[in-house]
Design a protein around this ligand. Structure first.
Ligand SMILES: [Ca+2]
Length: 356
């Protein structure tokens, strides 16, 4: 239970280029209209939000820049449990973030930005890294490019194995992917995968960390993938479930790379259609996870600095004795002058205090 008459302040600072994400694990602060008695305020650098009651429990808040200021104040009566919060730093650059593939649409989806226009494709190179945290025998989709619920291009696993699907034509990639043994290509640590398709070829090329191999897919020859579709990580088309894991460094080019180009691909080679940068994506903040050992990331400081908490005891006008707390709610349709109401109320309170 928090003490009465507190005025506390926490300033959390992250290095430039990072933001702070505060999550309230527990939250119970005396509830009142406009949080007039006890309250917690979050200053994210742009706006200040005030909370009381249990409203902030389970919520996360991001700072606009690299500083977040949290203040807490309590009045002279009625105490509650208080709050417990954790905070971490989130890299603003997507290079330092992996993205958790949303497992159901209700929590938000990861898609490319509406500003990205995908041209019609007769050849492509797509590269990304992914993990599979729950290595089940089930089927999944890692990404899906579609228009009005028609699957134009997708990669996932079905009963035939790992499949690149081009306009519904399945290209089974298992011969190139499973050369290193296991039945699942993706594991709990990131695996890099590039898939190269060219509609003049009867083959699809698959490049992994130490392997470049062609698989046959004659039916995908001469196809053209329409442009202006929407690319989603995971998939929500009927009958498919998203890959349960994380994706990193998803890049798409509108040309087919040869084996030496793809083998020498560096972090600086930007996907000319889709690149792993914030501008290219819509990603809900909960899906972003900063991590320090990502292949194209920079090293992260372990924790942000917090300036020592300053809690001041408020002026002791209310020490000892009996106190009455009166709430007055003014309800009016008119646009009342707030100061006028306040002055009327305070003179009313003073008169009654005098004659008590
Ligand atoms: Ca209180």
């Amino acid at each position: 239970m928090y003490p009465n008459s507190q005025d506390c302040k926490w300033t959390i600072r992250a290095p430039v280029g990072f933001i702070i994400q505060v999550t309230f694990l527990d939250f119970d602060i005396e509830e009142a209209q406009n949080c007039m008695y006890d309250s917690l305020s979050i200053n994210n650098g742009e706006t200040v939000s005030k909370f009381c009651g249990i409203t902030a429990k389970g919520l996360s808040f991001n700072s606009a820049a690299n500083v977040m200021i949290i203040t807490f104040g309590s009045d002279f009566s009625i105490q509650k449990k208080g709050f417990s919060a954790t905070y971490n730093i989130v890299a603003v650059s997507l290079r330092n973030q992996k993205v958790a593939i949303p497992q159901n649409q209700s929590s938000g989806v990861v898609t490319i930005s509406s500003k990205v226009s995908v041209p019609s494709l007769t050849q492509l190179t797509v590269c990304f890294e992914a993990t599979e945290t729950n290595s089940s025998e089930g089927n999944w989709r890692a990404f899906s490019y579609q228009t009005s619920n028609r699957d134009l291009l997708s990669f996932g696993k079905d009963t035939h194995g790992h499949v690149l699907s081009v306009l519904g034509v399945p290209c089974i990639l298992d011969p190139a992917l499973l050369s290193h043994g296991g039945k699942e290509f993706f594991t709990e640590s990131f695996q890099q995968l590039c898939i190269i398709w060219n509609n003049r070829s009867e083959q699809v090329f698959v490049s992994t960390k130490n392997n470049y191999q062609a698989v046959s897919c004659p039916d995908a020859k001469d196809l053209t993938i329409p442009g202006n579709g929407n690319l989603t990580l995971g998939s929500y088309l009927t009958g498919t479930v998203p890959l349960q894991g994380d994706i990193y460094n998803f890049r798409l080019w509108d040309f087919a790379m040869d084996s030496s180009t793809v083998a020498n691909l560096s972090c600086e080679d930007k996907g000319n259609i889709i690149n792993w940068e914030n501008d290219f994506w819509n990603i809900p903040s909960w899906a972003r996870k900063a991590e320090s050992n990502l292949s194209c990331g920079t090293s992260l400081p372990t924790t942000p600095s917090t300036e020592p908490t300053t809690c001041e005891k408020l002026a002791g006008v209310c020490q000892g004795g009996t106190f009455y707390r009166i709430s007055i709610t003014v309800v009016s349709d008119a646009d009342n002058d707030e100061l006028k109401v306040q002055s009327l109320v305070s003179s009313w309170v003073s008169i009654h205090a005098l004659y008590r």
